[in-house]
Design a binder for this molecule. Sequence first.
Ligand code: BTN
Length: 260
Amino acid sequence: MCNNNQPDLLSNYLATSFIGRKVFHYKSVSSTMEIARTWAKKGSPDGTVVIANRQLAGRGRMGRTWLSPENNIAMSVILRPPLNMLPKLIMITSVAVVKSIRTLFQIKAGIKWPNDILIDSKKVSGILIENELQNNRVSYSIIGIGINTNLDPASTPEIAAIATSLSQESITGTSEIKLIGEILNKMETLYQQTLAGSLQVFMEWKENMVTIGQPVSIESGEMIIHGIAETVTENGGLILRHPDGRVSEEITGEVTIIKD
Ligand code: BTN
């Protein structure tokens, strides 16, 4: 893959009306989440995208670190959705990433609840959403997307067994900027549909969810619970059947799919 140091090229791949119409591109930042937050506070418009060639302090869900060496995709998108649309942002973003990978590379990626993107059970992309609320309104949401394009997971023991990258999956010959364009196009389409009241994104999120039907463990803080992931809900929850037959809706946590 060529590197993504071609922000002006992005407009060639965009079919959007607002997402990606304003782009800030950096060689190196702490985290695109921080930079996007600064721009959002200054009133940068909806759909503003912050892209970095590398992050020095990339962050993941549940307080984890996200590795962001050069030539992988690290970006954050600023949106200001209505409050009731917040649960759908996870769906919009993960569906956009999965479909873009499939469209451009004809490779099947799936979603591990709530929003990890897997290829052959290994994580290729992660999504982090941070919302700023005031008086029951969304001041802004920052949607962070990290995609391992050229990462070699073997070089980092902690992720060697659980992560992959597009280059590891032998995907070559396309540019990161094209993939970014495809994702932003799909995000905007799904966002507009959802704003208009469509449940299409929920259906697509569920259809692409590899967690459903699997025995799982869910870790949330100090707690680990086990069960079978029965289905997902329109609010983004996971319906878990416990070993004693009880059913609960989980709204957060880190899922591990248990293999035989
Ligand atoms: C996760 O799977 O834990 C979420 C990872 C999110 C990583 C992206 S990379 C762009 C943005 N900036 C960050 O610091 N994190 C997100």
